[in-house]
Design a protein around this ligand. Structure first.
Ligand code: FES
Length: 227
């Protein structure tokens, strides 16, 4: 059995083309292991990112037949069985460095700009169980950028994107966060939260079921945005 892939190869200057590959299927093969096989045995110039191979680090996200997916979690058996070609492309809404590797510096810069981390000013490190439950999904975000790449408002407007507000939700509710309301309001203002269309596309593609759009709607209610 053979897996057929069509991979978009590209350079920083924006030029790109598709290259087709055929990889012999091996039991349990994921898209990431297929890409590694190509790199090791067929074409060493193919460039892509990965690290943990376990759906934890969020670095291997690519577009698969138009949807953002974690390559290390994407099983390829059904594509092989149905003879479907896998079209693999770099994440949308990001600048391509080479082939499937994109530049995520803008995400890092935005996290710094919006100060999306816990300042932990409180001397009591405990979180009440009911709060812990509410922030659980937000805390599960692995920064894989699947939501950012599938959001129709990112790049179209000044909207920061679902990733940042899913993160903010956690810090807004976390009792250990110092000065949270002031910081949260500033983040909402700078990130232009009201540009969210509530289309739920980010919910659909998040591999960790963080449901950013649901958290954004809650955040809007909590902070009375748009009323
Ligand atoms: Fe870490 Fe896929 S390699 S999430």
């Amino acid at each position: 059995m053979v897996l057929r892939l069509k991979v978009r190869r590209g350079q920083e200057d924006g030029r790109s083309y598709f290259q087709s590959y055929e990889v012999p299927y091996e039991e349990g093969m994921t898209l990431l292991s297929a890409l590694q096989k190509i790199k090791e045995e067929i074409d060493p110039s193919l460039t892509f990112r990965h690290f943990c191979r376990a759906g934890i680090c969020g670095t291997c996200t690519v577009m698969v037949n138009g949807f953002p997916k974690l390559a290390c979690k994407e099983q390829v058996l059904s594509y092989v069985l149905f003879g479907e070609e896998l079209v693999v492309e770099p994440l949308r809404n990001f600048k391509v460095i080479r082939d499937l590797a994109v530049d995520n510096q803008a995400v890092i810069n935005k996290i710094k700009e919006l100060r999306l981390w816990l300042k932990e000013a409180s001397t009591d490190p405990r979180i009440p169980p009911e709060v812990s439950k509410r922030i659980e999904s937000s805390a599960d975000c692995i920064l894989c950028s699947a939501c950012q790449s599938y959001c129709p408002q990112v790049l179209e407007r000044e909207y920061a994107g679902p990733l940042f507000f899913a993160k903010l939700y956690r810090f807004y509710l976390d009792p250990r966060e110092e000065d949270k309301s002031l910081r949260a309001f500033q983040t909402v203002k700078e990130g232009q939260l009201y540009h969210c269309l509530s289309c739920n596309k980010c919910n659909l593609v998040c591999p960790k079921e963080v449901e950013p759009a649901t958290l954004i709607r809650e955040l809007m209610q909590l902070m009375d945005v748009g009323s």
